[in-house]
Design a protein around this ligand. Structure first.
Ligand code: SF4
Length: 507
């Protein structure tokens, strides 16, 4: 499959076509705090960010975008700014006059979060909903046209409308349909200055929804650029590995015109990670334009459990005894095999690095190997580094790649949002505290989210959640249900642990 997007102009920046994949990030300051927001935008830009997104949860924040933009332009920065909108069309209509691009979420622009109050949509009812959404979008389309503002249709797994959930469920197909319906409304009005995204904290959901989206766009004669990212990737090495696995998979398939790595860290730290993923997957051109990987998914999850190998200098040593012969496919980072070259789960994939920078090694290995495990193509993994040995370190990295691609679960998965202007506590510290308190457990999905507005919907199937509920207060979730409300932050980790331990004791 070759997906060649149209070129879209966003202020001083163009993206799409054969242009290099663009890098962006998002502030986590209060958008009404001009000084902090401007300073953080500058840090992101100086790190190499080519677009900066800011949350605009209300009209006040949307209006202040103009002030932030004025300060940045006066300081000599012409980087395009993007307003991030949820639940508030009025804020979108203000922001579209202030900044170069507005991101809207089809799951909550003209709809509330899915509540399943309305679960019987006839064909007529479904189309009437689309008509209602069209009416609600018309003012925004008019403003964007007048001001030359671009739009991102940004769908998130776990944030779909009743209408979509009823017909498709919380699925990659539902996500893709949700986006294409909105793209179609804008296109019908002759507006094409659009980018589209499908995000999830799950690498397989993210990749599958993007593949479906691209196929649906091609079938409909659409060619809008695609923004790629893993949401709530977490922090530290785990956040880098899951981001590199998911984003690397899409970029190597030639899909992706701009990327954002979402880490629960200061946003400027996202930029070098994003740039390294692009470097190792796309090379000098900054984009994969030939030898496009065909990625397909097969249903092998119940049997799929890749093995981990180490290399002792002479032979590959399996961590688990296995029967039958194994084919070893060794490759260097500059020449990874195509997905289609790997056949059968008796293949051990071995990538051979000469890398003394540990962070680069981590990102490169995940970006290059992740796609084979997301597509369920290989039965074994072996990371070799000619510069530094450390078999334990390389084995841990291999397990982390299998965990990130959900190929083999050996520890907990921590989902945490990158924070934004809605966050009212130190989320990075909370993630570390939650990890420390629960590291003795295995196989749980635990979410740490910055706010109750979007957090619960976007925890994406987490078993437990620690969700900010205002200044210094936290709600504790079991699945989708808040089981403890307004717990003071200093007690929240202990209370979360009590809930988990009580559940485990009762099993
Ligand atoms: S969950 Fe809330 S705080 Fe976290 S990034 Fe999303 S909107 Fe911001």
């Amino acid at each position: 499959m070759i997906y060649r997007s149209r070129i879209v102009t966003i202020g001083s920046l163009s993206l799409g076509g054969d242009l290099p994949v663009r890098v962006q990030s998002m502030t986590n300051t209060n958008t009404c705090d001009t000084e902090s927001s401007v300073a953080q935008c500058i840090r992101i830009i100086e790190a190499g960010g080519e677009m900066v997104r800011l949350t605009a949860q209300g009209v006040r924040e949307a209006e202040n975008l103009a002030v932030i933009k004025k300060h940045l332009r006066a300081a000599g920065f012409d980087t395009p700014l993007v307003a991030d909108i949820h639940f508030n069309p009025s804020a979108a209509e203000v922001a579209a006059r202030m900044v170069e691009k507005v991101r809207i979420n089809p799951g909550n622009y003209a709809d509330k979060r899915a509540s399943f109050t309305d679960t019987h949509f006839t064909e007529e009812g479904y189309n009437a909903e689309l008509e209602r959404i069209r009416e609600r979008l018309l003012p925004l389309i008019g403003i964007c046209r007048e001001y030359g503002t671009a739009i991102r249709i940004g769908v998130n797994h776990g944030s779909l409308s009743d209408r979509i959930m009823t017909r498709y469920g919380n699925t990659p197909e539902g996500m893709a349909v949700s986006a294409v319906e909105f793209l179609q409304i804008f296109r019908d009005e002759g507006f094409n200055n659009m980018v589209v995204s499908m995000k999830s904290s799950d690498t397989r959901v993210m990749t599958e929804s993007n593949l479906r989206l691209v196929r649906m766009m091609q079938a409909a004669g659409m060619d809008y650029p695609v923004h790629i990212g893993i949401t709530e990737a977490g922090e530290g090495e785990d956040g880098r590995i899951i981001s590199a696995s998911g984003i690397g998979t899409m970029l190597s398939a030639g899909i992706g015109d701009t990327i954002r790595v979402s880490l629960s860290e200061v946003p400027e730290k996202e930029i070098p990670v994003a740039k390294e993923i692009i470097r190792v997957v796309c090379g000098d051109k900054g984009r994969v334009t030939e030898n496009i990987d065909e990625i397909e998914f097969c249903e092998r999850d119940t049997l799929y459990k890749p093995e981990v190998y180490s290399f002792d200098g002479e032979k590959y040593v399996p961590e688990f005894t296995s029967e039958g012969s194994r084919t070893i496919v060794s490759f260097e980072p500059s020449k990874p095999p195509l997905i289609g070259d790997i056949k059968g789960d008796d293949v051990i994939l071995s990538v051979i690095f000469s890398e003394d920078d540990d962070e680069k090694l981590t990102i490169d290995a995940a970006a290059l190997l992740g796609k084979y495990f997301i597509a369920r193509k290989a039965g074994g993994i072996c990371v070799v580094n000619n510069v530094k040995r450390g078999q334990d370190r390389l084995r841990d990295l291999s397990y982390a790649i299998l965990q990130a691609t959900e190929a083999r679960i050996t520890r907990n998965r921590y989902i945490s949002c990158p924070t934004c202007g809605r966050t009212r506590f130190n989320l990075e510290a909370a993630v570390k505290e939650v990890k420390n308190a629960t590291s003795h457990l295995q196989g749980l999905k635990i979410a740490v989210m910055g706010c109750i507005v979007n957090g619960p919907g976007e925890m994406a199937g987490a078993d437990y959640g620690y969700v900010g509920a205002g200044q210094g207060k936290v709600h504790i979730y079991r699945g989708h249900n808040a089981v403890l409300l307004n717990i003071p932050q200093e007690e929240a980790v202990a209370r979360l642990l009590q809930v988990i331990e009580a559940d485990q004791a009762s099993r």
